[in-house]
Design a protein around this ligand. Structure first.
Ligand code: GUN
Length: 294
């Protein structure tokens, strides 16, 4: 069979960002409002610093007002909650993001719940997640960015998920759980696999669509896949590689070179889901700003 087509996340993310940029300038002229995104970074994790740098840069590029709050590893939960409270009360701020993970002495759920639901840029609050999972109620004000990015990649690649057998690897609050809820809401049949799942390989073999978000380098082998399936690889893992300048290269949760021989469509790492997370954050911020205008 021919090699899988690559889903170009970088290009699709650029398209989304261009759309957001256009809508931001319309909003400025029609309402005189500039969407404001506040990004809170706690500590000095290199990966988090890099994600936050990219988020702020993208926010500036589409014309958002951006507010940076950098706090040390040692910040108390009380001090962090106070920062969130200030941003909740600041009318120039329409969306607040707290970069995860937080240091272990801080309770993540308490911090996420302290963000005003109408400013919840990541859609991580209990109310937004609840509305994502409930049928027939009010829609969430924002949908978690990486899951929304996965769905956007499928839609813009012409993949109809309705009625498809879909396997999600991983059940995290950030990716696995919400992406499973989104797929189910779009009438996919969803199997969520995790560390206690029996015979993951057999489940993967049934999948028309595989979403891999378990965080293990090249875990999924090509021989496990159903021929012609669609693979969305959320993993970003460093793998030792002496031929690279930094001594490593980034790989996904799926063994790409094997999988592209079997799948029909596949996202590369990097350049697949990664760029979409930021594009969806921009879209969420714009959406929250619009909702605030009424
Ligand atoms: N850490 C890893 N992914 C994310 C994300 O989508 N949002 C936030 N806030 N933190 C993250």
């Amino acid at each position: 069979r021919p090699k899988a087509k690559r889903i170009d996340g970088k290009k699709i993310a650029e398209d989304v960002r261009g759309e957001v940029k256009e809508m931001v300038s319309e909003l400025k002229s029609s309402h005189g409002v500039v969407p404001g995104l506040a990004v809170i970074l706690v500590g000095s994790r290199k990966d988090s610093q890099s994600y936050v740098r990219n988020k702020k840069k993208a926010a500036a590029e589409v014309g958002f007002h951006s507010i940076d709050v950098d706090l040390p590893d040692t910040v108390t939960q009380e001090a962090l909650l106070l920062e969130v409270k200030k941003l909740n009360e600041d009318p120039s701020v329409h969306a607040i993001l707290v970069q995860l993970p937080l240091p272990s002495h801080i309770d993540e759920a308490t911090v996420l719940e302290s963000i005003a639901v109408e400013k919840d840029a990541d859609g991580f609050s209990a109310l937004n997640i609840g509305n994502l999972c409930l049928k027939g109620g009010s829609p969430p004000m924002a949908v978690p960015c990486t899951p929304a990015g996965c769905i956007e990649l499928l839609q813009r690649s012409g993949v109809d998920v309705s009625g498809k057998d879909t396997v999600v690897l991983g059940r995290s609050n950030i990716v696995g759980m919400p992406v499973a809820a989104l797929l189910q809401s779009m009438n996919a049949t969803v199997t969520v696999c995790h560390s206690r799942t029996k015979d993951v390989e057999a489940k993967i073999r049934q999948a028309d669509i595989l979403i891999a978000a378990l965080g293990k380098a090249e875990y999924v082998r090509g021989s496990w896949l159903k021929p012609g399936c669609v693979v969305i690889d959320v993993g970003i893992n460093a793998k030792d590689d002496a031929t690279k300048k930094l001594g490593y290269r980034l790989v996904g949760d799926v063994h790409f070179e094997e999988a592209e021989q079997v799948a029909s469509l596949i996202t590369p790492v990097p350049g697949g889901v990664g760029p979409m997370t930021i594009a969806m954050l921009l879209r969420n911020t714009l959406q929250l700003c619009r909702l605030s205008i009424g």
